[in-house]
Design a protein around this ligand. Structure first.
Ligand code: 5GP
Length: 205
């Protein structure tokens, strides 16, 4: 079943009409990107959150159409065939996530800029797609020890999953120089201010 979702080497891409800007926040898990994106959305009514499509199970507190568009594997596969995605990734085994073109158009039609919370490969693919229209920010923590402490304090991870996330962090860190900006989240207050500065400067230029 999953083999059907394998990516061809070159996927055809239909450009979207350029209006509005694209703000991409990518990070290894535990770096605080979701907190930063939520803060930016609260403080900037001119930003709209890009709701991704995904195939993982909905968590109890999540709403379809607000947190994600929850799709079956079959529905996700159909959308790939229709070229409905700007990008998609198998983020975890059998869990597919992707950005729908219709989502970006929906937000731009409201006269807003689009903000994304995506993992590192998705972020880089979005940057490649939108070029100078996009600001790609890599959010990171000062050290592996701090990341581990944060993940442990969440108490949501098993030891195995924690070790996987730490290994993934080291891998994802190797991509940081491909981003337009690196946002170090050592102190959350400072990181929020810096994120706001980056967004304001990019949106107003
Ligand atoms: P979660 O299942 O914890 O909500 O998300 C898992 C990971 O998938 C997170 O790093 C999240 O940022 C990423 N993600 C969410 N939406 C998308 C998307 O549309 N594309 C990609 N590539 N990753 C996504």
């Amino acid at each position: 079943m999953i083999a059907v979702l394998e990516k061809p080497e070159t996927r055809p891409i239909t450009p979207l009409s350029p209006s509005g800007k694209i703000l991409i926040f990518s990070a290894p898990s535990g770096s605080g990107k979701t907190t930063i994106v939520r803060h930016l959305l609260q403080n900037n009514p001119n930003l709209g959150f890009s709701v991704s499509a995904c195939t993982r199970a909905r968590r109890a507190h999540e709403q379809d159409g607000k947190d994600y568009y929850f799709l079956t594997l079959e529905e996700f596969r159909t959308k790939i065939a229709q070229q409905a995605f700007v990008e998609w990734e198998e983020v975890y085994a059998n869990s597919f996530y992707g950005t729908l073109k219709s989502e970006i158009e929906r937000i731009w039609a409201q006269g807003k800029h689009v903000i994304f919370d995506v993992e590192v490969h998705g972020g880089l693919n979005l940057k490649k797609y939108f070029g100078d229209q996009a600001l790609a920010v890599f959010v990171t923590v000062p050290s592996l020890e701090i990341l581990e402490a944060r993940l442990r304090s969440r108490q949501t991870e098993s030891e195995e999953s924690l070790q996987k996330r730490i290994a993934k962090f080291q891998y994802e860190l190797t991509f940081r120089d491909k981003f337009d900006a690196i946002l170090l989240n050592e102190n959350l207050e400072e990181a929020l201010l810096k994120a706001q500065e980056l967004v304001s400067e990019f949106v107003n230029k």
